[in-house]
Design a protein around this ligand. Structure first.
Ligand SMILES: NC(=O)c1ccc[n+]([C@@H]2O[C@H](COP(=O)([O-])OP(=O)(O)OC[C@H]3O[C@@H](n4cnc5c(N)ncnc54)[C@H](O)[C@@H]3O)[C@@H](O)[C@H]2O)c1
Length: 279
C-alpha cells in the first residue's frame, strides 16, 4: 500500500509546474489533496483534471501572501478531514536581473511570496500539527537556497531564508512529532522562466544565460524524487544531478563556488556588451 494512501495533503502553487506535479503524484498515490493557487484559471483546470480522474480534491483560490486566507484553507481542511498530514509550501516566483536594476517593490514581492508565503503556511499549520503530535511540512526552496547565484539576488535571499527556516523548524519539530523537509531543485522545466519578471534584461538575453535544456528534468520527475524524499523523511531534498554537484562544491569550498559564479557572471556580461556593440 502507498505511504501516501489516505493522507491529507495541502499543496500551494498547485496550478502549474512542480506544485501541480506534486499534487498529481500525491493524488495518484491515494492522498486526499487540497490544492491552491492565486491563478484562478490554472487551479480550476487542475481541479477539473483531478476530479475527472476520480481523485479526491478540493481547490482554493488564494494568495500565499494573505496569511488569513492560508489559515482559512488549513482550518477548512481540518474541519473536513479531521487532520492534516502534509503541507507543501510550494508557491513561488522569480525576478531575474542584476540587483542594481531591482526596485524595492521587486525585492518585496519575491520575499513576500517566496519567504513570507512559506512563513504563512508554517504559522497556519505547525501549531496544529504539534497539537496532533504528527504531520510533515515540506517547503520548496531551491539550489539557490544552498549556493550564491548572481542575477537573482532577491530570489536567493528568499530561498536561503526558506532553507534556514526549514532546517531550524525541523529541530524543533523533532521534539514535537512533526517532520520538516526542504526541497532544493535545480533546473525544472516549468512556466516559472516565462512567467518571471525581468529587470534590465530582455527575454532574449535571459535565454542566452538560461541553463541548457538537457540539464533540466520535468516537474513530474521532480515530484517523484520529492515524494521519495518525503517518505524517507530527508531533511534536504536536492533535485537534479547538476544541483547536487553545485551544492557539494559550495559545501566543500565556498571560495571555489564564488570563483565559478563570478567568472561565469563576468563572462555573461562581456558577451552581452559585445552583442550590444554589434547592434
Ligand atoms: N522551475 C525551477 O527550475 C525551480 C527550481 C528551483 C525551485 N523552484 C521553486 O519551485 C516552486 C514552484 O515553481 P515552478 O517552477 O513549479 O513554477 P510555476 O510558475 O510553474 O508554478 C508556480 C505556481 O505558483 C503560483 N503562485 C505564484 N505566486 C503565488 C502566490 N502569491 N500565491 C499563490 N500562488 C502563487 C503560480 O500561479 C504558479 O501556478 C517555486 O517556489 C520555485 O521557486 C523552481
Amino acid at each position: 500500500m502507498s505511504f501516501f494512501k489516505d493522507k491529507v495533503a495541502i499543496v500551494t502553487g498547485a496550478g502549474s509546474g512542480i506544485g501541480k506535479a506534486l499534487a498529481q503524484g500525491l493524488a495518484a498515490r491515494g492522498a486526499k489533496v487540497v490544492i491552491s493557487d492565486f491563478n484562478e484559471d490554472r487551479i480550476a483546470q487542475v481541479e477539473k483534471e483531478f476530479l475527472d480522474k476520480g481523485w479526491e480534491c478540493v481547490a482554493f483560490v488564494l494568495d500565499v501572501r494573505d496569511a488569513q486566507a492560508v489559515k482559512d484553507m488549513v482550518d477548512a481542511t481540518l474541519e473536513k478531514h479531521g487532520r492534516i498530514n502534509l503541507m507543501f509550501n510550494n508557491a513561488g516566483i522569480a525576478v531575474g536581473g542584476e540587483a542594481k536594476d531591482c526596485q524595492l517593490e521587486d525585492w518585496r514581492n519575491v520575499l513576500d511570496i517566496n519567504l513570507y508565503g512559506v512563513v504563512n503556511g508554517v504559522a497556519a499549520v505547525y501549531p496544529l500539527m504539534v497539537e496532533q503530535g504528527y504531520g510533515h511540512i515540506v517547503n520548496t526552496a531551491s539550489v539557490e537556497g544552498l549556493c550564491p547565484f548572481p542575477g537573482t539576488a532577491s530570489y536567493v535571499a528568499s530561498k536561503y531564508g526558506v532553507v534556514g527556516l526549514s532546517h531550524s523548524l525541523r529541530l524543533e519539530g523533532a521534539a514535537r512529532g512533526v517532520k520538516v523537509s526542504v526541497v532544493c531543485p535545480g533546473y525544472i522545466k516549468t512556466a516559472i522562466f516565462e512567467d518571471s519578471k525581468l529587470v534590465g534584461l530582455s527575454r532574449d538575453e535571459l535565454d542566452k544565460v538560461r541553463p541548457p535544456d538537457w540539464i533540466g528534468i520535468t516537474p513530474e520527475q521532480c515530484a517523484a524524487i520529492v515524494l521519495r524524499g518525503v517518505e524517507k523523511n530527508k531533511a534536504t531534498i536536492v533535485v537534479t544531478a547538476f544541483a547536487k554537484i553545485l551544492a557539494t562544491i559550495n559545501r566543500i569550498s565556498p571560495t571555489v563556488m564564488q570563483w565559478m559564479m563570478t567568472s561565469s557572471f563576468k563572462s555573461a556580461l562581456r558577451k552581452r556588451a559585445k552583442q550590444q556593440l554589434k547592434q
